[in-house]
Design a protein around this ligand. Structure first.
Ligand code: SF4
Ligand code: SF4
Length: 162
């Protein structure tokens, strides 16, 4: 029988840096702004950080991101366990909840585009904060962390990205 993949047999806290980095599915949804309400609830917007590259669906300033955007969040094992606003599809959050990676995750499919083909990414669905009006005017849904199926950006049909 084939060995189980590393994410099924390794605790988040015990992963190597390479394993940890490979878990990111490249959805880009953590680079799309959420707003926190008065009751601690979170709202999804369709506005991305100015450094989010829609074509690659990755940060265009990955090395300097914490200098350029002090609020940029490093996803750590503790963050995966505690940040309600992380997308329900985020690989780190799924594993932190004891779930497996979905079929469309690039590590499972073997195809880095599968996250986009499955309509699980932010590609073609957001506008840059440089072009957006007030974030409050861009709220598209309330986030429901306890509903595994809730994934507001997947409700949007992606537009072609140049
Ligand atoms: S939400 Fe999670 S899986 Fe998606 S890009 Fe961010 S860290 Fe990676
Ligand atoms: S700086 Fe980069 S990683 Fe951080 S939110 Fe902006 S695009 Fe995402």
């Amino acid at each position: 029988m084939a060995d189980k993949p590393f994410w099924q047999v390794t605790a988040l806290d015990d992963m190597t840096e390479e394993q940890w980095e490979s878990l990111c599915d490249g959805c880009g949804k953590c680079c799309v702004y959420k707003l926190e309400g008065d009751e601690g609830e979170f709202y999804q917007t369709d506005v991305s950080c100015q450094y989010f590259d829609q074509q690659s669906c990755r940060c265009s300033q990955y090395t300097n991101r914490f200098t350029l955007v002090p609020d940029c969040i490093q996803v750590t094992p503790d963050a995966a366990r505690s940040f309600d606003w992380l997308p329900n599809t985020c690989a780190y959050k799924l594993l932190a909840k004891g779930q497996d990676l979905p079929q469309w995750h690039p590590l499972v499919s073997g195809n880095s585009e599968s996250v986009h083909l499955a309509n699980r990414s932010a590609r073609g669905k957001v506008i840059s904060e440089k072009k957006a009006s007030e974030l409050e005017e861009h709220i598209i849904a309330i986030l429901i962390p306890e509903d595994d199926e809730a994934d507001p950006l997947s409700e949007i049909e992606p537009e072609p990205v140049n």
